[in-house]
Write a protein that binds this ligand. Structure first.
Ligand SMILES: [Zn+2]
Length: 324
């Protein structure tokens, strides 16, 4: 991925190939006004670490030149190298306020989150498949001490990156932000916009345990980006984006198309009424192999259809049944 310079500011992309459908893990060095910022921090792997050190070296820098780290959202493939960098060079880390309790693996929050998914999967008719997923979440808590970001984390504010302004873009994750540099028409997009795949809007609770309307949030956040005057989008995965308005429109259409497709499974002739039945019918074997992703897609879009008045639901014996 090429270096981009505009009016005394330079972006050095760090793009680490992966065999997964994400294609690459991207994070970015930004040199401006004598500072060197890192937007996102890759995966916690020797390969990613090597790419960071090589990129610094190839452009005449070292870790000691880094001024700050700013992250777009809490996912593991965006925060992986934070502690490794901090152990060699102590610099401020900025994250969206809603990321911090997740990055710090706040025990009470994660216990609440387990209860949230336990109830959710039960109510969506997932039965044993849901119980297995909840068990995985419970097991994951044991690894939290190792995975939590050890360093102090500061809240992102308007002045966090010289010349750039953070914009809240919940949907893919509740805490997600993008960073807009108006003068240079740049957007650091994290996972909000990716050229080759649509970002999953992952079902999550708010801090009070209430389900967020993630697909609607994602749609609103996409609309926020539609009117931005931007020439280059720097995404968290895949290639740079130069025609972001076309891509945003494609993603907005994609949400509607998927919702329409799911809606077509309901009707008088259909014996599908629960989210779990719908997920199995639509995603077949992926229902088991990618259970949490598939259920996020289904539940998020059912919420979307319900909010738009296209379906309704009724609780029968503790399980939601949807109908048109
Ligand atoms: Zn992500």
């Amino acid at each position: 991925m090429e270096t981009i310079t505009n009016n005394a500011c330079t972006v050095y992309p760090i793009s680490v190939p992966t065999k997964s459908s994400l294609h690459t893990f991207n994070f970015y060095l930004i040199e401006e006004e004598g500072s060197l910022s890192l937007v996102d921090a890759g995966v916690n792997s020797d390969k990613c670490w090597g790419y960071l050190l090589d990129t610094l070296k190839n452009h005449g820098f070292s870790l000691a030149d880094l001024s700050r780290i700013i992250i777009t959202h809490n996912h593991e493939d965006h925060v992986g190298l934070i502690d490794r960098i901090e152990s060699e060079h102590d610099i401020p880390i900025y994250a969206p306020e809603k990321s911090i309790h997740r990055l710090k693996r706040d025990r009470n929050f994660f216990l609440m989150r387990i209860d949230f998914f336990k109830k959710l999967y039960y109510e969506m008719g997932c039965g044993l498949d849901g119980e297995l997923q909840v068990q995985k979440l419970q097991d994951a808590i044991k690894g939290h001490e190792r995975k939590k970001v050890q360093s102090d984390i500061l809240r992102v504010d308007d002045n966090v990156l010289p010349g750039s302004q953070p914009i809240e873009t919940p949907g893919h994750s509740p805490d997600h932000i993008v960073l807009l540099n108006k003068n240079r028409k740049w957007l650091f997009a994290g996972d909000h916009l990716i050229k080759h795949i649509s970002s999953n809007a992952l079902v999550e609770p708010d801090p009070n345990g209430k389900r967020l309307l993630t697909v609607l949030d994602y749609e609103d956040s996409l609309k926020k980006c539609l009117d931005l005057d931007v020439d280059v989008v720097f995404p968290g995965h895949g290639d740079l984006i130069h025609n972001h308005k076309d891509l945003v429109k494609k993603r907005l259409n994609g949400i509607e198309r998927k919702a329409d497709r799911l809606l077509s499974y309901f009707g008088l002739e259909s014996d599908i009424s629960t989210a779990s039945e719908l997920a199995k019918a639509v995603y077949k074997e992926k229902y088991e192999s990618q259970f949490s992703l598939v259920m996020s897609e289904i539940i998020g879009h059912l919420d979307y259809l319900e909010e738009k008045g296209q379906i309704e639901k009724a609780l029968k014996s503790g399980i939601w049944h949807y109908s048109v």
